[in-house]
Design a protein around this ligand. Structure first.
Ligand code: SAM
Length: 324
């Protein structure tokens, strides 16, 4: 395997400055928020891998099963693929399942993730397929995709973008259209997108996936405050916040929040903010929108994709689309 880190990798100082700027902006918004991509520092990435092993977080297992069952059929519909870009691969286990079925051994695989720990872990797994060329981009999704594919639209039928784990659910409705349009523009006509999506299911099942009895998801969420304390000089008293997951049926999304247990004051040195929380006040840390299978074709069509295959299993959808 050949491996290099692309020019899209951001220097640590630039990443920290962006984090500080986002914390200053989002934490002082109403409602208070922190963007979900900051959940994935080294510990957050490990906690997410633990979540994937919990019996209640079924998206991980069912997507793996769908990929094992249908990877050959997916590649059968994409005869010219020479470049695969996975956005947010996490541990890369699913990509490994997919790539093990690739008919051509000499594919270039780009990994785009904000988490260096995730990139390292995915690269180690993919090293078991030695003929792949691997390029890691420590970057946000579209920034990394553009770096991976070069001139917008040039990749066309030679490229496949993989976006699994229902990461698409983290975008709210206007942003999801912009994001998919960005993927389509980067690919160009003929390019392919493989999308894994969690579907609407009973509320009790959704809440167990985001508020598990072992408290791993709670630790994953609370770790965001630990990260702010460590990287930006915050003084969050982590024990004075608690994890909460709610199903917002009207918006079709699970929301993760951190709830202040009591009135308290928090300072964060690097952006220089000083805020007071009321008892019960929330910090909104993640939205996970749930779709209906029939919503996916119109969603993709709005961004210039047409359906090229869809596989459904137990409340999850794996959808293959081609850019028109
Ligand atoms: C929910 S995990 C899913 C991982 C994997 N796709 C799976 O299905 O198991 C999300 C992954 O995307 C990365 N991530 C989250 N937001 C991101 C963003 N805006 N840009 C790039 N990577 C991001 C995280 O670091 C993490 O590795």
């Amino acid at each position: 395997m050949s491996m290099r880190h692309s020019v899209a990798s951001r220097p640590i100082e630039a990443s920290r400055a962006a984090f500080a700027e986002d914390v200053a902006f989002y934490l002082t918004e109403s409602p208070r928020q922190l963007p979900s991509r900051y959940l994935y520092d080294d510990l957050g990435s490990s906690l997410f891998e633990a979540i994937c092993r919990l019996p209640w977080y079924r998206v991980a297992k069912i997507e793996q099963a769908l990929l094992r069952a249908h990877a050959a059929s997916i590649f059968g519909r994409l005869p010219a693929i020479s470049t695969v870009v996975e956005l947010g691969p996490g541990s890369g286990e699913k990509l490994l399942t997919l790539m093990a079925a690739a008919p051509r051994p000499d594919v270039t695989v780009h990994l785009v993730d904000v988490s260096p720990a995730a990139l390292d872990q995915a690269a180690i797994g993919l090293a078991t397929l030695p003929s792949l060329t691997l390029v890691a981009h420590e970057s946000t999704y579209l920034e990394g995709l553009r770096a991976a594919l070069g001139r917008p639209g040039a990749a066309g039928g030679g490229a496949l973008v993989v976006f699994l784990g229902s990461n698409i659910g983290n975008f709210d409705p206007p942003a999801v259209d912009d994001f998919l349009q960005g993927v389509r523009d980067a690919l160009g006509a003929g390019g392919a997108l493989l999308l894994g999506t969690d579907l609407v299911k009973p509320e009790a099942d959704l809440l167990l996936a985001y508020d598990d009895p072992l408290g791993v998801t709670a630790a994953f969420n609370l770790n965001l405050l630990v990260r702010v304390n460590r990287e930006l000089g915050g003084d969050f008293d982590v024990r004075q916040f608690e994890h909460r997951a709610i199903w917002n049926a009207r918006e079709s999304r699970v929301e993760m929040h951190l709830v202040s247990r009591r009135p308290q004051r928090v300072q964060v040195k690097e952006p220089g903010i000083d805020i007071t929380f009321d008892a019960g006040e929330l910090i909104w840390t993640e939205s996970s929108y749930k779709y209906r299978a029939e919503d996916l074709a119109p969603l993709l069509a709005r961004a210039g994709f047409r359906l090229a295959g869809q596989w459904l299993e137990a409340g999850f959808a794996l959808t293959l689309a081609r850019a028109v």
